[in-house]
Design a protein around this ligand. Structure first.
Ligand SMILES: [Zn+2]
Length: 115
């Protein structure tokens, strides 16, 4: 069976730092979006066009928020895996996930072939 190189401690630390930063960023963004959403109240009388604009902005904000909400638990789960010494292994085939892949998507629970 082909065995990919396991992650070095340095690589895991690098990824752990990235994951923690991403979680902080997402949580900070999440708070600022909540404030923006409240700022656009439907009873404020604004022109039809700007009403449409603000609806679009809200849609985009909602979509961004949805993606964040999906990503946050995955990032946190990745941190848990680091704590349990389980990080970097594919949840499917149990092989090591390539470092290059984890650099792009540090929360990835699957290797390139199982994803
Ligand atoms: Zn796999």
């Amino acid at each position: 069976m082909l065995r990919l190189a396991m992650l070095t401690v340095d690589q895991i630390i690098e990824l752990e730092v990235r994951i923690s930063e991403e979680i902080e960023n997402l949580e900070a963004e999440s708070e600022s979006t909540a404030v923006e959403r409240e700022a656009i109240s439907p009873d404020v009388s604004i022109g039809r066009l700007s009403r449409l604009d603000s609806m679009q902005i809200q849609e985009i904000a909602k979509e961004t928020q949805r993606r964040r909400d999906e990503r946050l638990p995955r990032l946190k789960a990745a941190l848990d895996r680091i704590d349990m010494d389980e990080y970097g292994k594919c949840n499917g085939c149990r092989q090591w996930i390539a470092f290059a892949r984890l650099k792009e998507q540090p929360e990835a629970p699957f290797c390139g072939s199982c994803a």
